[in-house]
Every structure is written in C-alpha cells, then in structure tokens.
Design a protein around this ligand. Structure first.
Ligand code: HEM
Length: 495
C-alpha cells in the first residue's frame, strides 16, 4: 500500500517537474510584466540617469519585483527584491550565472577580464585560481601586513598633502592589489596612469548599447574605418598593456633571480613543468590583471564615501574615535588584532556599502536556458539586472534607508539590520574580493581616524554620487587635520 502511494507521489513530482520545464508549457506562460515596447523593440523613456531609482520606485510600484523590458529586442529582466534575487540568482545558479556578451568590449580587447566571462569551464578555472589567493569565506591573513603598510603610507601622504586625498586613496587601494598580484615589480606611479587609460575605455564601452555593434554583433566584421572600429583599435593597446606588461615584468624578475613573492610568481612556480604552459600563463595574467580592474576602483569608491560621511556626520566620527582611543590609548596605530574590539568601525563599513552601493545595479547576469518563475516565462538569453540599490534601500529590511545610521547593525529595538551582502553580488558570480575589500576598508578607516579628523570645508558637501554603473561620490572638498593627541609621534616615528 505504502509502496503504491510512494510510487504515485514520485510520478506526480516527475510530471510536475516535466511540465515546469517542458518547452511547450513554458511557451504558454506569459512574460513578466513591464513597460510597453515601441516599434524599434525598445521601451519608451528608458531611464538613462540613475536608472536604479526608477526601476525600484515607479516601475516596482507599477509592475512589482520582476520587471521585463526590451532594448533593441534584447530581453532584460530587472529584479527588485531580495526574495526574487535569492530565488533566481542564488538558488538557480545553474541557469542564472552567465554574462551577456559585449561585442564592443571584446573588440577593445577586454576579453581577458574574468568578470566578463560567460559561465563556462574557463570561468571555473580562473575562479579556482582566484580563490587559491582569496579564500571565499574568510579574510586573507597573508595580506594583512601589506594592508597595514599601505594604510600607514596613506596617512603619511594625507599629512603632507591633505587636499589631494582622492589621489592618495587611489594610490593606497591600487598599491594593495598590485603588490598582492605582482609583488614589488610594478611601479605604481607608472602603472596607475596606464590602467586608468585602459579602464576609461571600459567605463565608456561598458554601458551596454552605447555602440550599435552590441545589438548587432555581425557589425564586428565592418571595415576598420567605421567610427566604432577606429575607437576600438585606438583603445586596444593600453588594454593589452595593462594585462601583459606587469606580468612580463614579473617573469623577467624571476629569470634574473630577484622576484619578490606574489600571486604571479607563486602560480608560475606551480606551473613549472606543465604541458599547457602557454595557455596556463594566460590564465595567470588574466587573473592578476582582473584583480586590479575589479578590486582597485571599487574600494576607492567606498573610501571616498567614508571621507564624505565623516565630513557630514561629526557625531559618528567622534564615536569611532572614542572607541579607537579606548582600545589604543592614543599610543599606537590599530592592527587587525584590534578588530574584534572595534565593532562600530565595522558598522560604519557596512553602512557605507549599503547607503551608497558601489555598483547600484551589480554586474549583469544572463540566463543560459529558458525557465519559469512565479507563473512567468524567462527566456534563454535574458540579461538579468539585480537592483542592488532597491534591495539595500528596502524600508522593510533597512528602516529609514536614506539615513546613514551605523547603529542599525547593533542591538536595537526592532532588531539588527543584516550585513549588506548584496553589495558584493550574487550566487556563483559573488565577488571573490569581498574579504580583501572589507579588510582594506577596516585598516584604512581605523588608521585614518586614529590619526586625523575630517571636517567639511565650511559648507556641507553634497551626498550625490556619479550616475555610473560604478558609482563614486561627486567631487567634494573636506579638511583633514591631525588630531591633538600623541599622533605626531605615531606619524613621524612608528610608520
Ligand atoms: C568595496 C569593494 C567591492 C565591491 C562593492 C565589489 C562588488 C562586486 C560585485 C557587485 C561583483 C559582481 C557580482 C555578481 O556578478 O553578482 C563583483 C565581482 C568581482 N569582484 Fe568585486 N567588489 C569589491 C572589491 C573587490 C576586490 C578587492 C577584488 C579583488 C581584488 C574583487 C574582485 C572581483 C572579481 C574578480 C569579480 C568577478 C567575479 C565573476 O565575474 O565571477 N572585488 N564585485
């Protein structure tokens, strides 16, 4: 009797699974709701500036958590809540983890950027290598000394030329990832301008749809005098050089016997007698340069936001400095050993990542096969945009979301708010640099606040950020002064 009941139930489950994935049944389902498409196959009045506000505001109210649009016939699905993001990007990673192809970026030469790879064995091979150096679930202790040195060097630069704080922030975060990947081989002062030149093409060509060739990939075969082709060819050399030059320099240093230990030297050693050496060397070069491309500017944005918030909220700064003084006694600079006693600094970091997420729409994912969700059909080849901004500004999860409030992560009436993990993306494409980024932010913020006080320039700076996919605070001024404690001694003698 039980056997028949069990068999019956199993058959029913199989039938439901089959029905859910059967192409005919899927095709009968409607597409998710969204604004009307015009004769060009594009939504009218597509928001161009800070689209995350419209997606998570008007459109969410009208259409809900799933909004389906078309841009030049390319299907795009916007996910506006933590629940749908978890159901699709986290729980159905096998279908939702690819990336849309970007023909213009490929023409420019960005095909080595791991974050652009579709979901494939090539991606897995590169991510494996990344995780060997950046463990997924814990901080990488091996980089702590390097991070401490760069945080202290930042303070030295700030004490000399405080007005150039944004350049100094960039130097500090770039140096951490460069030294991690290439050791002491690369001269930061030379590499940063080269990388900036390369990365500016990523910012311009990276916005899907800026170039017609993204919609009509066949155009990539157009003759070289076409304007987009000329641009792509002009951008190509720095993009290639950004990957190849530092890698070649490390190889030369190894050959000459004076390389310092780093990701590239360690991986090259591992290759020693590998049959596929040339191919595997490419993987190492791709990984090392991707870590710079993905890991420098993102951290810069969060540190710049920190200076802005300190200028805006003296009470938050005073509380953090009081905690630091209680732990350090004004006699020494912080290290990672002090972290557990400085929870308020961690809460400031959480709130920086939530209040103004560095990538308000994350990086787009892409469906590799057709599927259904909540009674809707999601076609294969749909670009998936997770509205990180909307999730981190959901008043149900983060009450009064526009207020910068680090205390929300402590014990409070109504409970602690969760760590803003969506700031680092989702599922199988989750940011592998999360812990490195959190470590860098901790040591830079703690060291800076131990030594300096940040105030506004007489008028409150704007809280506006750039409207780009990687968002930075708009230019602002602030005054950075050394604190009236024993910190002169610290700056001069102990760094
Ligand atoms: C505050 C700092 C950072 C933020 C907010 C951030 C955020 C993100 C986000 C949103 C993604 C896309 C995830 C997805 O597709 O769902 C990503 C991917 C990535 N991040 Fe980060 N990131 C930061 C720092 C770093 C650092 C320091 C590194 C390494 C040095 C790094 C390396 C990467 C890489 C390699 C990817 C591509 C992963 C893939 O496509 O599979 N990130 N990051």
């Amino acid at each position: 009797m039980y056997v028949f009941a069990f068999l019956g139930a199993s058959l029913l489950v199989c039938a439901l699974v089959w029905l859910r994935s059967s192409p005919r049944v899927l095709h009968a389902l409607p597409l998710p709701p969204g604004p009307q498409t015009n004769w060009l196959g594009t939504v009218n009045n597509l928001p161009k500036v800070r689209p995350w506000l419209i997606y998570g505001g008007d459109w969410r109210q009208k259409f809900g958590d799933l909004v389906y649009i078309k841009v030049f016939r390319n299907p795009i699905l916007i996910l506006n809540s933590a629940q749908v993001v978890s159901d699709l990007l986290e729980k159905r990673g096998g279908v939702f983890s690819s990336r849309p192809s970007r023909t213009m970026l490929e023409l420019v030469g960005w095909d080595w950027l791991v974050s652009m790879f579709p979901y494939s064995s090539k991606l897995t091979q590169h991510r494996h290598m990344i995780h060997r150096h950046l463990p997924a679930n814990e901080s990488s202790i091996k980089y702590h000394d390097l991070q401490i040195q760069e945080a202290r060097n930042l303070c030295r630069l700030l004490s000399e030329t405080p007005g150039q704080f944004r350049t100094h922030i960039r130097t500090a975060s770039a140096s951490i990832v460069l030294r991690m990947s290439y050791g002491e081989t690369v001269d930061t002062a030379q590499y940063i301008p080269l990388a900036d030149q390369a990365l500016s093409s990523l910012a311009q060509a990276g916005i899907f749809g800026t170039y017609l060739v993204d919609y009509l990939p066949i155009l990539k075969h157009a003759p070289p005098w076409f304007s987009f082709k000329r641009k792509a060819l002009a951008w190509r050399p720095p993009v290639r050089a950004m990957r190849d030059e530092p890698f070649t320099a490390v190889k030369q240093h190894i050959a000459q016997g004076h390389a310092t230990h780093c990701l590239v030297s360690e991986e090259l050693e591992r290759l020693a007698c590998d049959a596929d050496r040339a191919e595997n060397e490419k993987v190492i070069a791709n990984v090392a340069s991707t870590l710079f491309a993905a890991g420098a500017d993102t951290v810069v944005s969060a540190i710049a936001a920190f200076f802005l918030v300190m200028a805006l909220h003296p009470e938050i700064q005073a509380k953090a400095q009081q905690d630091l003084d209680d732990v350090l006694g004004g006699l020494r600079l912080p290290t990672f050993a002090d972290r557990a006693q400085l929870p308020f600094i961690e809460w400031i970091i959480n709130e920086l990542l939530r209040w103004r997420p560095v990538t308000p729409l994350g990086l787009p994912h892409y469906t590799s096969e057709e599927c259904s969700y909540a009674g809707y059909r999601i076609p294969a080849g749909t670009t998936i945009v997770a509205n990180v901004w909307a999730i981190l500004h959901d008043p149900e999860i983060y009450p009064d979301p526009d207020t910068f409030n680090p205390w929300r992560y402590g014990d409070q009436q109504g409970g602690r708010n969760p760590f803003p993990d969506p700031a680092f993306g989702f599922g199988r494409r989750f940011c592998p640099g999360k812990h490195l980024a959190l470590d860098t932010l901790f040591i830079i913020i703690a060291t800076t606040l131990a030594v300096f006080t940040v105030t506004d320039d007489g008028e409150k700076p704007s809280t506006e950020f750039t409207p780009h996919s990687l968002s930075h605070p708009l230019p602002f001024g602030c005054t950075i002064t050394k604190r009236a404690t024993a910190h002169d001694l610290i700056i001069d003698e102990k760094m």
